[in-house]
Design a protein around this ligand. Structure first.
Ligand code: GLA
Length: 381
């Protein structure tokens, strides 16, 4: 990938730039908890974005996406927003850096990626983090690492229409090979957890479906949570996010909120607790409990949060039938992958069965990705 990027860069712009990379992510547990001030448990993966970048001394960004085979130029002012959605991620990062008072100039770039699109592995965070990290380095801005993640998140909010939480950009910036990370999305405290589950493998099964309107459905979930938290806050002023609420407190306001908002909040309150339970289980190397919690998350995402779909529910059922330790829909939902914790000896049988029965039912094969927990944003040599 690097060689192809370098070749195109030379043809388009002449000369050479510096290379930067960042990663997509998995999340062991803690889904839709980030924007509720709860905990998440992600790690960066060995699939990501690589970009070659060189400042060009003008006020213009000249960008080529190898994957889209498309060239776009845009300026750095608010009104220069490009039409192409991929370019908006880069533009957004530039704008968010400038809005925070740092100064950058234009640059030339060619980039490519291997995070499967629509798989729920956060290709967009990989793109944002690559550029946030790179621009910080190239223009010597001294932006703190957490701020780089926040710049990526603000890009999603203000230029891409997704009111996402901080998990993806955090994972993509802070990822460390061999480690998952527990992030408290309220205090922003985090801890690395070396993850080498002896006797098990983590594998993603990608349904290769991506449902339309995923971002508006995502934003609606967030609004439900905010309404439920606001209702609880009337009785318990200390509740800033749903993470601060108990099931008892949610029950007190059941009659004041819609059944839908109640279900969403119920899922979130349970899920925040599940992350903590998984952390405890990991301390004891108790992967059976980790797996049980993953199935509980799937149930909640499917029946209460309603972000699963037939394909993902089917993959989850197959995992259970095959005796897989843990399985659940990963990421925002509405398509994408399941993440599966599988005993080594069951791996082949599970994958074979998942592929064949999925194909029989839905007419196409799912894709399978082994999880390799890797480094996040970095400069390449
Ligand atoms: C998407 C968002 C994240 C998070 C997950 C669900 O990936 O970008 O902030 O909310 O969905 O856990």
């Amino acid at each position: 990938m690097k060689a192809k990027i370098a070749e195109k860069f030379k043809t388009l712009f002449g000369g050479e730039g510096d290379f930067f990379a960042s990663a997509g992510r998995i999340n062991l547990i803690g889904e839709h908890t980030d924007y509720n001030g709860g905990f998440v448990f992600p790690g960066a993966v060995d699939k990501g974005i690589i970009a070659e970048i060189k400042p060009n001394g003008t006020e213009k960004v000249c960008a080529f996406s190898l994957d889209m085979d498309e060239y776009v130029e845009f300026g750095l002012k608010e009104e220069d927003i490009p039409a192409q959605s991929w370019a908006r991620y880069i533009f957004g990062v530039c704008r968010e850096i400038e809005k925070r008072g740092w100064k950058i100039t234009g640059f030339n770039t060619v980039f490519a990626g291997d995070v499967p699109l629509g798989a729920g592995m956060s290709s967009s965070a990989a793109l944002e983090s690559t550029f946030a990290f790179a621009l910080n380095y190239l223009f010597d801005l001294n932006i703190e690492k957490f701020e780089l993640a926040l710049i990526g998140q603000a890009t999603e909010h203000n230029y891409c229409g997704v009111k996402c939480g901080i998990m993806d950009q955090f994972a993509s910036v802070f990822g460390k090979a061999g480690n998952l990370m527990r992030l408290d999305c309220k205090t922003l405290e985090y801890k690395y957890y070396p993850f080498h589950p002896d006797g098990y493998r983590l594998v993603l099964v990608d349904s290769v479906v991506k449902h339309e309107l995923a971002s508006s459905a995502y934003n609606k979930r967030r609004e439900s949570c905010e309404r439920a938290a606001a209702a609880i806050r009337k009785n318990h002023p200390e509740v800033e996010f749903l993470r601060d609420a108990s099931m008892e407190w949610l029950m007190e306001v059941r009659a004041d909120i819609t059944e839908e908002d109640y279900m969403r909040a119920e899922y979130v309150i349970d899920e925040v607790q599940r992350v903590l339970d998984v952390c405890d289980a990991l301390e004891r190397d108790d992967y059976e409990t980790v797996g049980e919690k993953m199935y509980e998350t799937h149930y909640g995402m499917s029946k209460l949060y309603e972000v699963s779909c037939d394909e993902l529910d089917f993959l989850n059922d197959i995992a259970r039938e095959c005796g897989v330790t843990g399985s659940r829909v990963m990421g925002g939902g509405f398509g994408g992958c399941t993440i599966n914790l599988v005993k080594n000896e069951l791996y082949d049988k599970f994958i074979e069965k998942a592929i064949s029965s999925f194909k029989e039912k839905f007419g196409h094969e799912p894709k399978v990705y082994d999880v390799v927990i890797s480094d996040g944003a970095r400069k390449l040599q």
